[in-house]
Design a protein around this ligand. Structure first.
Ligand SMILES: N[C@@H]1[C@@H](O)[C@H](O)[C@@H](COP(=O)(O)O)O[C@@H]1O
Length: 273
């Protein structure tokens, strides 16, 4: 696992990484690049930077297919807190992606099981996900794989924990009653099947989850720890999220990734390619 500890530029770093991958892959209609995408406040700066790179003509999403990680059950796509709304508002409306290449679970589907199966089948049909991007909750959940989720789970419906409902109530005017109690989410197994996985971890409130992701054992109570089983897993964090790591662990990753931490230089290199 790579651990990139940035100086408050998680999203920027992730955007440069995605852009590099897109430039390298040179996607075509026949061989598109497949991205797994998250919502949440952490990835917002990444989306802003990707839009900037697109507008500067460095990257295009014309031959990119996307699959979103999760969606609340019972929110219309027009609801401001639905992940459909979030994705169009913050990303899709600003880039050249084809509408038919966007895949988001339908939280209004009458048959969840069929909807989740359709989603998994579609991922397989396009050849799997090349790069899955994600964030985590303070309880270490990836997508909506709450503590106790099977580490080989597939896309399905999931009851949200009180912790998550409380954490996400900030988007619903602080009213926990307004937060949906159920979500559709890709499974941990679905994420681990991707060729690469990049998880963004921010803030002091996620330091314990970061500890479990990097130093704790693989454990279904901290589903982000499943990343340890992936051959190409990357965690991109800020300094605050490292508060529970051993000094030696922190120093090790800072040291070996030192050449990859100068974000200004990384971005300049990108513009030069
Ligand atoms: N289902 C999403 C997760 O996929 C996301 O990682 C998490 C973190 O959100 P934030 O980045 O706002 O802390 O929020 C929700 O629970």
């Amino acid at each position: 696992m790579r651990v990139i500890i940035t100086d408050n530029c998680i999203g920027h770093w992730a955007a440069v990484y995605v852009a590099e991958k897109l430039i390298e892959a040179k996607p075509t209609k026949e061989k598109p690049f497949v991205l797994g995408l998250p919502t949440g406040s952490t990835p917002l700066p990444m989306y802003r930077k990707l839009i900037e790179f697109y507008k500067a003509g460095i990257i295009s999403f014309e031959n990119v297919i996307t699959f979103n990680m999760d969606e609340y059950v019972g929110l219309e796509p027009t609801h401001e807190q639905s992940y459909h709304y979030f994705m169009y508002e913050n990303f899709f409306n600003h880039i050249d992606i084809k509408r038919e290449n966007i895949n988001i679970l339908d939280g209004m589907a009458s048959d969840y099981r069929a909807e989740c199966k359709r989603f998994e089948d579609k991922i397989k049909k396009v050849g799997g996900i090349d790069l899955f991007l994600g964030g985590i909750g303070p309880d270490g959940h990836i997508a909506f794989n709450e503590p106790g989720s099977s580490l080989s789970s597939r896309t399905r419906d999931k009851e949200l924990t009180t912790d998550t409902i409380l954490a996400n109530s900030r988007f619903f005017g602080g009213d926990t009653e307004k937060v949906p109690k159920l979500a559709l989410t890709v499974g941990v197994g679905t994420i681990l099947d991707a060729k690469e996985v990049l998880i963004m971890v921010n803030g002091h409130h996620k330091a314990r989850a970061m500890y479990h992701a990097v130093e704790g054992g693989v454990n279904h109570m901290w589903t982000v720890s499943a990343l340890q089983l992936h051959p190409k897993g990357i965690i991109v964090s800020d300094e605050e999220a490292c508060g529970e790591l051993k000094v030696s662990t922190y120093r090790y990753f800072k040291d070996i990734e030192a050449p990859n931490l100068d974000i200004k230089k990384l971005e300049e290199d990108l513009y030069r390619r």
